[in-house]
Design a protein. Structure first.
Length: 119
């Protein structure tokens, strides 16, 4: 028996793609992802009436790699203004520096305070 092509049974399954003029199509373009730079934190030392100035200068030189002149200037800023910036670091590095300074002050018997805050 002969059937015209339009009457043939369609096999089950996906239908073959038909030519399209592009209407309704979506083209996804790859966009370059930009990562944000890590947030920076200031490490600050706070003034007190008991920690010797020489100890503060030594800490600035040892843990923050300041030369004698810049360490002395920072120490004087801490002394006169109540606080001074020792350095600016990523969060993990800043937290480590704060702990190192607090441990050194505790070992030396000084009440020196060191904190970090967003830059």
């Amino acid at each position: 028996m002969f059937l015209p092509p339009s009457l043939h049974a369609q096999p089950p399954g996906p239908t073959p793609p038909t030519p399209d003029d592009g209407a309704g199509s979506v083209v996804a373009e790859r966009q370059a992802q930009r990562t944000e730079p890590p947030r920076l934190y200031q490490v600050l030392m706070l003034n007190d009436d008991f920690t010797p100035m020489e100890f503060v200068v030594m800490v600035l030189q040892e843990y923050f790699r300041h030369d004698l002149d810049s360490a002395t200037l920072i120490m004087l800023k801490i002394h006169h203004e109540g606080r001074g910036v020792c350095g600016v670091f990523s969060k993990d590095v800043a937290a480590t520096k704060v702990e190192l300074v607090l441990d050194a002050a505790r070992r030396a018997g000084h009440p020196l305070q060191c904190v970090m805050e967003p830059s």
